[in-house]
Design a protein. Structure first.
Length: 633
């Protein structure tokens, strides 16, 4: 039995493949080989007629193009399968099978793919459909021979077509080739990975002894709601990588002619879809046009309002809600009026193509106009180890035409929702605006361990230089709310993550605007404003020994910040001054200071476990004890 392997395409009309690519048959076959294509499925019959249809093929030009392309592909070592569309009524099953088998012998194809769907009134799901399907499949097996490879190309979810005769066809077929087209209404991109997983699981459960070769989407078409949907490079790549990770022997796409220069595709008019398929190596040692698995792909991604990967909408119960477009700096942006006492009336989603798993800094662009909310609530989805989206509030009013970091997050390329950012207009405020612009994902590459600087120890974050070299806590600074204490915060019981350092002796509020220092050397991973917190600086500290553990320190309620994300700091370097936190809900002058031995603060600068004492003990340490035990040598 011939084996179907690697990446492939369906071909409907060979003359279009050649014409749209501007190549002759030999050149097209070489281009396919260069793109890592190992099999194709060419239409060679249509019911009881050969294909191309003779009555529509003046001078047999289309037939000749089919012959030339099949021969050229075979000469390049690319396996060619033939397919025929078969009809459930009005055409005799046995006659359809005979034409298909005859054409397959003519072209010497490796296998035969039955393309069976319900079309208009010519349906397989009607009464007697299973009997007719059985007749066709048995006749095709008899005509093609016991060793012929037969496959069924049909619907992706059998449970959605309960009357379609899957079992009758599959009784004679060796391969299930479900059409997994992740089409969605409203112009949304769709989810190729979830569609693939669900379809393959359904077919494996129903036909555990059959090969499964999924057919993905590489085309675009207008939908019933009037919107235009198209496959995108990001989803094609996800589809391929997911199929590869599931151990499927082969995967193909509908179709070659639609993937290259399709004039009817309103979203991709060039070769973007072809290049996406080419870019992913499907089998070990295979390289496509894009090289081995997109080298460097995903180092930085940016999605602007209105660009691919951006989606927005209005909830149906608020028909009067709307987005207002505007332009700033030559870029298209939007805003929406905030809502206070009601749920969200509009929603926005930025969904990236995270091609390489790893840690990413996620940032949002806050425009200088039409961004007046103090509580823009962003939600980062699919963070590794986080069962729920990570929520981050940004005071847009404090920023103007700048990137604002939401934090650094571990993202998973195999999860299509990983890194997705959601935003709504529900902020709890009235008469303000949520600015909507771009989101950026920048991969944070871990440094070479051999080149990581070492810390020389840790000092307290406050006090004079002499005091910081002495006792912990220094001078007359006191911790008014020690680590692990249960106390009341804004009317709720919570456990404290660190220390609240205060200096009220000998004069009240002597700590007002007092300098705050880095406790040790390291890199600033975050410096920004958070609702209820005020200004926060977070430092990822150098280890004390090669390949040793690293900790994060957080300095909150700052009046001002002297550093920015990405800065390297040394022990004792001033990073800001003690403040009163968020002006909307100020606190007495003091420094909130804590230390985390995990990635909790890297994922979320405003992390707050509340009453989860187990997580307090896991993600935070007693800062006084830590500094006391790790003093400079």
């Amino acid at each position: 039995m011939a084996v179907i392997q690697g990446k492939g395409y369906f071909i409907w009309r060979a003359e279009r493949v050649l014409g749209r690519a501007g190549l002759n048959a030999a050149e097209a076959a070489k281009a396919a080989r260069a793109a890592g294509i190992e099999h194709v499925v060419v239409k060679i019959a249509d019911g009881t007629k050969p294909f191309p249809l003779p009555d529509r093929d003046d001078h047999a030009g289309r037939e000749q193009a089919t012959r030339d392309l099949i021969k050229a592909l075979q000469q390049e070592g690319i396996a060619v399968f033939g397919f025929s569309f078969v009809y459930g009524q009005r055409q005799a099953p046995e006659a359809q099978a005979q034409v298909f088998a005859d054409r397959a012998r003519l072209f010497n194809v490796k296998g035969l793919v039955i393309n069976a769907e319900d079309i208009g009134t010519n349906r397989w799901s009607s009464s007697g459909g299973a009997e007719r399907a059985g007749k066709l499949a048995r006749a095709l097996r008899a005509a093609a021979g016991a060793d012929a490879v037969l496959a069924l190309s049909s619907y992706r979810f059998p449970r959605y077509q309960p009357h379609f005769p899957f079992d009758a066809f599959m009784a004679e077929c060796d391969i299930a080739m479900p059409q997994i087209y992740w089409v969605t209404l409203g112009g949304a991109e769709g989810d190729a990975v979830q569609a693939l997983i669900q379809s393959v699981e359904a077919y494996r459960e129903r036909y555990p002894d059959r090969l499964i070769v999924p057919t993905g989407a590489a085309y675009g078409e207008r939908q019933s709601d009037g919107t235009f949907w198209s496959a995108t490079p990001r989803q094609i790549k996800r589809f391929l990588k997911q199929a590869r990770s599931m151990g499927l022997p082969a995967v193909n796409f509908w179709s070659w002619e639609h993937a290259v220069n399709d004039p009817e595709n309103e979203r991709t008019t060039g070769a973007e879809l072809w290049e996406a398929v080419a870019a992913v190596a499907y089998r070990p040692g295979q390289e496509g046009a894009g090289g081995p698995d997109d080298p460097g792909d995903g180092a930085e991604l940016e999605i602007r309002a209105g660009a691919p990967g951006y989606f927005d909408g209005v909830y149906a119960q608020f028909p009067k809600a709307r987005f207002e477009p505007f332009e700033r700096g030559g870029q298209a942006m939007k805003y929406a009026e905030t809502v206070g006492a009601t749920p969200s009336s509009v929603w926005v989603v930025w969904r990236p193509d995270i091609a390489v798993s790893g840690r990413y800094e996620v940032s949002v662009w806050v425009p200088g106009t039409n961004a007046t909310t103090r509580r823009a609530r962003y939600h980062v989805h699919g963070v590794v180890g986080k069962p729920e989206p990570v929520s981050v509030e940004i005071d847009q009013y404090r920023h103007s035409d700048t990137w604002v970091s939401l934090g650094a997050f571990e993202l998973n390329a195999d999860d299509p929702a990983s890194g997705q950012v959601n935003l709504t207009n529900f902020t709890g405020e009235d008469d303000r605006r949520v600015g909507i612009a771009a989101v950026r994902w920048r991969k944070v590459r871990p440094p070479d361990p051999s080149s990581v600087p070492l810390a020389d120890g840790f000092d307290p974050p406050v006090g004079t230089e002499a005091e910081r070299r002495g006792a912990v806590w220094p001078g007359q600074w006191v911790d008014v709310n020690p680590y692990g204490r249960l106390y009341t915060l804004r009317g709720k019981k919570v456990f404290h993550t660190g220390a609240d350092l205060n200096l009220n002796k000998p004069t009240f509020d002597l700590d007002a605007l007092a300098p705050v220092y880095a406790i040790g050397s390291g890199e600033v991973t975050y410096a920004g404003f958070r609702d209820k917190w005020g200004n926060i600086v977070i430092i990822r500290h150098d280890p004390l020994e090669p390949n040793g553990p690293r900790v994060y320190s957080r300095y909150a309620h700052l009046e001002n910040m002297d550093v920015k994300a990405g800065d390297r700091v040394g022990r004792g370097q001033r990073i800001g001054r003690v403040g009163r936190g968020d002006p909307k809900s100020p606190v007495p002058f003091h420094l909130h200071f804590d230390i985390s031995p995990t990635e909790a603060l890297a994922d979320n600068p405003g992390d707050w476990p509340g009453l989860d004492n187990n997580r307090i003990r896991r993600d935070y340490v007693d800062p006084r004890a830590y500094i006391r035990d790790h003093r400079p040598r």
